[in-house]
Design a protein around this ligand. Structure first.
Ligand code: AMP
Length: 124
């Protein structure tokens, strides 16, 4: 279960316009912007505008309209930045074992190069 939502997290501040972001796409319930420290030639974050800590919280509490909007916004963003043709990776860190740093749900879109295997095996 997710912890309580912290309205001072950095993405909440972006949503309130308190700190800048490089917007890529916006829909009724979702916002996409460039990751500040990109790990691939294309690295975009897509977040719901609602206050959800992580995927667990969102999938448990969000209304269907917000879930539908978010899924569509992720696909629309990928097409907008042009990674649909060659392929891309979606990743969402959820909680402690996944090393989630910002406690507001976000899906990373990675693309623009071959991304390799999704995870290293133990001992590699
Ligand atoms: P995660 O580890 O999945 O929580 O990833 C958090 C991501 O947020 C990292 O890839 C950071 O580079 C990114 N990030 C942190 N602060 C900002 C910011 N102000 N604007 C854009 N991306 C950010």
């Amino acid at each position: 279960m997710a912890a309580a939502y912290d309205s001072n997290n950095i993405f909440a501040k972006i949503l309130r316009g308190e700190i800048p972001s490089k917007k890529v796409h916006e829909s009724a319930h979702s916002l996409a912007f460039l990751d500040i420290n990109p790990l691939a030639p294309v690295h975009v974050l897509v977040i719901p505008k609602g206050a959800y800590v992580d995927f667990d919280d969102f999938s448990a509490r969000a209304p269907d309209a917000e879930i539908a909007d978010y899924v569509k916004a992720i696909g629309d963003t990928a097409r907008k930045v042009g990674v649909d043709a060659d392929g891309y990776r979606l990743l969402s860190n959820c909680g402690a074992n996944a090393n989630q740093e910002v406690p507001h749900l976000h899906v990373h879109i990675f693309g623009g190069r071959m991304l390799g295997r999704m995870l290293k095996r133990d001992g590699e």
